[in-house]
Design a protein around this ligand. Structure first.
Ligand SMILES: Cc1cc2nc3c(=O)[nH]c(=O)nc-3n(C[C@H](O)[C@H](O)[C@H](O)COP(=O)(O)O)c2cc1C
Length: 177
């Protein structure tokens, strides 16, 4: 049976460039079923211990957690908001970590970030690189993709060095899953 790879654009924007990059990267994987997660489809209230004590885990978090169980690996691209995770991703991450602290199940992960700016979300990427190993993240590669709108046009990477960098990361990820 095909491996299942989950891509997550860690943003709830309709036109999220991180969704575009995560899904594009998923499309470079051979012989795997790619499941593109839209966080908008997994509604959850703002995390609080009190909400958890009163109502338990929200359905959206339970469903997303089940999907993580089924996957063989993850490709996540982070939106950077004020140098950190988008609120929607942080909220989902907090809920998921309450259900199972090993959020990423020791499964291979390729971590990406992009933004319209020259640092391409490197700051939020560094946060995830530092944290995810404590939540069962087996990170096999990472890359920030700078100046998205200059380097990605009409559904394709138009900067050759960036494209070959990404293909290298995909190759490593493919070998790990
Ligand atoms: C509240 C807010 C804060 C932002 N902070 C940053 C930032 O710290 N660094 C950065 O490169 N871009 C920042 N941006 C611009 C985002 O990178 C840009 O909106 C990008 O499209 C977000 O990714 P998305 O399209 O996947 O949602 C910010 C945008 C918003 C709305």
């Amino acid at each position: 049976m095909d491996k299942k790879i989950i891509t997550i654009g860690a943003s709830t924007s309709k036109n999220s460039i991180n969704k575009v990059l995560a899904e594009y990267t998923g499309g470079l994987i051979n012989g795997a079923e790619i499941i593109n997660v839209d966080l908008n489809n997994y509604e959850m209230p703002l995390f609080s211990l009190d909400v958890e004590a009163e109502n338990g885990f929200p359905k959206g978090a339970i469903q997303l957690n089940e999907l993580l169980d089924e996957a063989n690996g993850f490709i996540i691209s982070f939106a950077e908001h004020n140098g950190a995770y988008s609120a929607a991703f942080k909220n989902a991450f907090d809920w998921l970590s309450r259900i199972d602290g090993k959020v990423w199940r020791d499964k291979p992960m390729l971590l990406l970030a992009t933004s319209p700016g020259e640092r391409g979300g490197q700051t939020v990427l560094d946060i995830a690189l530092g944290r995810f190993p404590f939540n069962g993240g087996k990170i096999v590669g990472s890359m920030s993709f700078p100046s998205f709108f200059e380097n990605f046009k009409n559904g394709e990477i138009v900067n050759e060095p960036l494209k070959s960098d990404l293909l290298e990361r995909v190759k490593d990820f493919q070998q790990a899953i």
